[in-house]
Design a binder for this molecule. Structure first.
Ligand SMILES: Cc1cc2nc3c(=O)[nH]c(=O)nc-3n(C[C@H](O)[C@H](O)[C@H](O)COP(=O)(O)O)c2cc1C
Length: 197
């Protein structure tokens, strides 16, 4: 697939199924390569990821529904539950983290760049998320990007034995796509991009 074609086809896919067209081994190796070759400031490699499959994927989203039931009431909760069940209907979920021990270590080592390291940690995590999102599309797998971080972080760390220093940044449920996405408005290019010669 052509790069621009992949860029255009990557969308927020909310209607996903519990099937994909590649094996778990192929998926795992694919994700490993993406994690390995996504850049990071000072080559710090602070990005971390966890692939939840099968019952663990379902457990994650069930727990979020449970958490939401204590926060939201009535129709608001019902709507959220439908949305979360949509993520649970997928094949798996990738959790993205930043290893704060790596990032904090660099902040201490290079105090001049302290503030930059905080930003770079988020930027390089976003680069990994984007690479995974695009990469999955090359395998005809659709995904969306979710941010229930503060709500589920404690559960995730305990349940999946995640190091305390890993800071949860995003969740990406994925699976085969069942519905065409609606077109999204795009700003005129001259508002976003200038060519200067
Ligand atoms: C940094 C970032 C945060 C996002 N957070 C969420 C989110 O929490 N929940 C969600 O459903 N979509 C989230 N999105 C998806 C965007 O809403 C979506 O990418 C945008 O509307 C363009 O639509 P498209 O992905 O279909 O091209 C996020 C996207 C980015 C880049």
């Amino acid at each position: 697939m052509d790069f621009i074609e992949i860029l255009k086809r990557r969308r927020s896919n909310y209607s996903i199924t519990d099937k994909i067209n590649i094996s778990d081994n192929e998926l795992t190796e694919f994700l490993e390569e993406i994690i390995k070759y996504t850049p990071s400031a000072f080559n710090s490699q602070s990005q971390r990821a966890v692939l939840l499959l099968d019952e663990k994927h379902k457990l994650f989203w069930n727990q979020l529904i449970e958490i939401m039931s204590n926060i939201l009431k009535g129709e608001q909760f019902e709507k959220t539950k439908v949305k979360i069940n949509g993520f649970k209907a997928g094949y798996g979920t990738i959790l993205f983290f930043d290893d704060s021990s790596t990032t904090n270590g660099l902040m201490e080592k290079f105090p001049l760049y302290k503030e930059n390291f905080k930003k770079w940690a988020i930027e390089q995590n976003g680069m990994l998320q984007s690479n995974v999102w695009l990469g999955l599309k090359t395998k005809e797998i659709g995904a969306s990007l979710q941010h229930y971080n503060e709500l589920v972080e404690e559960f995730v760390k305990k349940e999946f034995n995640i190091p305390e220093a890993w800071k949860l940044n995003a969740q990406m449920p994925f699976g085969n796509v069942t519905e065409a996405e609606k077109e999204k408005d795009k700003l005129e290019m001259n508002k976003r991009f200038k060519i200067i010669k």
